[in-house]
Design a binder for this molecule. Structure first.
Ligand code: 2PG
Ligand code: MG
Length: 425
């Protein structure tokens, strides 16, 4: 029988230079695997709790308590269990914590173990991680999915909480929908990224990058960002609205104050209804096919108006709105909010719960987009998750910076090694 021999975690650094957890699992067979957890900046209020130490080391951001929880509390409970039984292991972790938001042991501690166990089990089964995730999905839900390569959404211009510029919208992404395969999608995206850099230089704008590797210049307004990206697409001999489309993550909770959407970069504030008009105009003017967190996470009335107004012509993605939490998501589905969900496993804290949320989305015809966090590591688990569950879309930053390209590079290898997998359109 396959069994877990030991679990050990240490504190390492993420892409912002802040502490996070690296967890290593050793099996009785000698198989060994590790995983690291990401961390967000524009977090939803209802996310599971990321346990931080406080005090002065690392400006209070240390994760030594969470590391201790793994090494001293979680490890004795998990040792000897079968790593292939992800559902059982995650349930033990959830029960051991006992809180609704994983605030006792820390969602970062629980997720680190959950991820590392899945990696070790895949190696032990001698199958790629994405195939193991497909097996876990079947085990948890009783149903199967068609694996595929996700269409990438690449954030090439950063604003909001991810950059120190004056742009209110957090992410301006390109979607290379017309590409025939993942390799071509990445080539187009890299070319557009480099052409955008040349255009910014020509316009004497900054080419410094934000947290997710996209450029972060100061601009007149949000529309200028879109226009610059359209120019970069054209300079790459590609056609906006045919080959390449645009997606936005407004991360609107970050600029919703006193019931107003305060676009400080543009010097104006809009009420809910007016902000939905603003977004509708953008969708009608530009080849925008996806908008994430268009409204504040608690502005349900705004979400209802937005979904009614543009939900038929644009993917509307709930990130802070649903926080990968199946209970919160189910309420949103019942209320007809948005039509898609962003999936970030550290918002909920385990593989099993992440998969349950994706299953709920599948049952209700909501699209799932697998996502990185703005604070990342070289861990590539999300690439395999996107493939194995056939999610169809992944967003993991610009085609630049190792913490971002590690995920795209993993997908390039998966494509190379699996001729049967198609790029999802
Ligand atoms: C988001 C994410 C990732 P953060 O809002 O979608 O891009 O950002 O990890 O800071 O929440
Ligand atoms: Mg978001």
């Amino acid at each position: 029988m396959t069994w877990i021999k030991s679990i050990k975690a240490i504190q390492v650094l993420d892409s912002r230079g802040l502490p996070t957890i690296s967890c290593n699992v050793v099996l009785g067979s000698g198989v060994e695997a590790s995983a690291m957890v990401p961390s967000g900046a524009s977090t939803g209020a209802k996310e599971a709790l990321e346990l931080r130490d406080g005090g002065s080391p690392y400006l209070g951001k240390g994760v030594e308590k969470a590391v201790d929880n793994i090494n001293n509390i979680i490890s004795p409970l998990i040792v000897k269990l079968d790593p292939r039984d992800q559902k059982l292991i995650d349930q033990k972790l959830i029960d051991l914590d006992g809180t609704h938001d994983k605030s006792k042991l820390g969602a970062n501690a629980i997720l680190a173990v959950s991820l590392a166990v899945s990696h070790a089990a895949a190696i032990d089964k001698k199958i790629p991680l994405h195939k193991h995730f497909a097996d876990i999905y079947k085990d948890i839900t009783g149903s199967t999915l068609e694996p595929n390569l996700p269409m990438p959404m690449l954030n090439i211009l950063n604003g909001g909480e991810h950059a120190d510029n004056n742009i209110d919208i957090q992410e301006f992404m390109i979607i290379p929908k017309g590409a025939i395969n993942f390799k071509e999608a990445m080539r187009w995206s890299s070319e557009i990224y480099w052409n955008l850099k040349s255009i910014l230089k020509k316009e004497k704008l900054s080419t410094a990058v934000g947290d997710e590797g996209g450029f972060a210049p100061n601009l007149q307004n949000n529309e200028e960002a879109i226009k610059l990206i359209l120019r970069a697409i054209e300079e790459s001999n590609l056609i906006p609205g045919k080959d390449v489309f645009i997606a936005l993550d407004c991360a609107a909770s970050e600029f919703y104050k006193n019931k107003q959407y305060s676009l400080s970069g543009e010097g104006r504030s809009l009420g809910s209804e007016d902000f939905t008009d603003y977004l509708e105009k953008l969708v009608d003017t530009y080849p925008i096919i996806s908008i994430e967190d268009g409204m504040d996470e608690n502005d349900y009335e705004g979400w209802k108006i937005l979904t009614k107004k543009i939900g038929h012509k644009c993917q509307l993605v709930g990130d802070d709105l649903f926080v990968t939490n199946k209970k919160i998501f189910k309420n949103g589905i019942d209320e007809n909010l948005a039509n898609s969900i962003l999936i970030k496993f550290n918002q909920i804290g385990s593989i099993t719960e992440t998969i349950e949320t994706i299953h709920l989305a599948n049952k209700h015809n909501y699209k799932s987009i697998i996502s990185h966090r703005s604070g990342e590591t070289e861990d590539t688990t999300i690439s395999d998750l996107a493939v194995g569950l056939g999610a169809g879309q992944i967003k993991t930053g610009a085609p630049c910076r190792s913490d971002r390209v590690a995920k795209y590079n993993r997908l390039l290898w998966i494509e190379e090694e699996n001729e049967d997998l198609n790029l999802s359109k």
